[in-house]
Write a protein that binds this ligand. Structure first.
Ligand SMILES: Cc1ncc(COP(=O)(O)O)c(C=O)c1O
Length: 395
């Protein structure tokens, strides 16, 4: 069987030097990023301040449209920010909790940075958080999640795919339940966009946010925020700035919110990061998410078989329909094993409670799946992990 997607390997320099299985953390950088960074420097050097009017000002939206194609958003409904944490703060700043609607619902397996945002606001006393427990540290029971969402719920910020275990939550069920009781949903698509197909319009989600570092192969500093089109004219974010003004260059002393998604911007955008991220989006859009997912399901399923045959315990979900692009392999010495794997140019990582995280992406060869499990077996059997025993997660 020929794997058409392997033709993309030559676009990713790091694949020549390592077995790169860490797209859940930092996706391989495309060669095109060198050109994009050069294009940024060239524009800055030759056009100077005129670059703002010649495209930079519009980049949070024009680059947002490229992400929008990946997540099924209408043009003009995604704006670029630095990261997910700021997007969550910005969304929360649109709302005023009342005694009757003041609850935030999320699972204890949410990405910690997202929880920090809501917890910090809750310390003010107007918001309260209901944390949905997981029984196994890997999955979140859907029924428990749905039951926590009630008439007092303001927002449900949840991870589509959990960062630690790759458990894929039932986004539609959660969104429908929230809407039934008048709550809104923030979908954190960081671990799904670029590897799991979904469509923000079909889901009818209120907000979606994520970043480009992982499956989108776009590097840091290019977070995105989708706002459902009908909300773009009504909400007024308090985390704001001059780029959210209807006419930023009027330098008006009063804020008049833009009548489109740019009202969800704040200050000057991180232009170099937006240039850098485009090479990844273009490749993902050219391949198409359905193709990426098909290969991902095949390769993660194969990895589970190989890991189990080798006597390891797989902690990520076995059912592909409930799993993102990662598998996690537990072993008593998993943290130290991950460090030794990295020393041997097998780039993976470790998360407490889940184990070694391994993520093939569209550029992964089937033989690399065999190689990584063989290497893990050898590290286990020769106790080569022992010298790293004190190690925790390196990144
Ligand atoms: C689900 C999820 N959300 C958010 C983040 C990162 O948030 P930020 O963009 O604020 O760094 C990660 C990174 O691992 C993640 O996996």
């Amino acid at each position: 069987m020929t794997d058409e997607l392997l033709k993309w390997r030559s676009e990713f320099p790091i694949l020549d030097k390592t077995v790169y299985l860490i797209s859940h953390s930092l996706g391989a950088m495309p060669k095109g990023t060198y050109e994009r960074m050069q294009a940024y420097a060239e524009t800055c050097a030759t056009r100077g301040v005129r670059a703002w009017a010649e495209g930079w000002c519009n980049m949070p939206v024009s680059v947002g449209d490229e992400v929008g194609r990946i997540i099924g958003a209408e043009p003009g409904s995604v704006v670029m920010h630095q990261n997910v944490s700021i997007c969550q703060s910005l969304i929360l700043s649109c709302f005023e909790p009342t005694p009757k609607r003041n609850k935030i619902v999320y699972s204890e397996l949410n990405f910690p940075s997202v929880m920090y945002v809501y917890e910090a606001h809750a310390r003010g006393g107007k918001l309260r958080i209901e944390t949905v427990k997981s029984d196994d540290g890997i999955t979140v029971p859907l029924e428990r999640m749905l039951a926590a969402i009630d008439e007092e719920t303001l927002l449900v910020p949840f991870s589509h795919v959990l960062f630690k275990s790759a458990f894929l939550q039932d986004a539609k069920a959660i969104i429908d339940r929230a809407h039934e009781v008048g709550a809104m949903v923030v979908l954190d698509a960081y671990q799904s966009a670029g590897t799991v197909p979904f469509n923000v319009k079909a889901l009818n989600v209120d907000f979606a946010t994520g970043g480009s570092v992982k499956w989108l192969c776009g590097g840091p500093g290019a977070g995105y925020l989708y706002i459902r089109p009908d909300l773009q004219l009504t909400l007024e974010p308090k985390t704001t700035g001059w780029m959210a003004h209807e006419d930023p260059f009027a330098f008006d002393t009063d804020l008049r919110y833009a009548s489109n998604a740019t009202r969800f911007l704040h200050g000057s955008p991180a232009i170099p990061a937006l240039y850098a991220a485009q090479s990844g989006y273009r490749i993902i859009n050219e391949i198409g998410i359905e193709q990426i997912r098909k290969k991902s399901v095949r390769q993660t399923t194969r990895l589970i078989e190989l890991a189990e045959e080798a006597g390891f315990t797989v902690t990520s979900p076995k059912d592909a329909a409930r799993r993102g692009g990662t598998i996690t392999v537990m072993h008593e010495h998993a943290a130290a094993m991950a460090t030794e794997l990295i020393n041997r140019e097998f780039i993976v990582d470790f998360r407490p409670g889940a184990g070694v995280r391994i993520s093939p992406h569209f550029y992964t060869k089937d033989e690399e799946l065999e190689l990584v499990i063989e290497e893990m077996k050898s590290i286990r059997d020769t106790r080569a992990y022992a010298k790293h025993e004190a190690a925790g997660a390196a990144f």
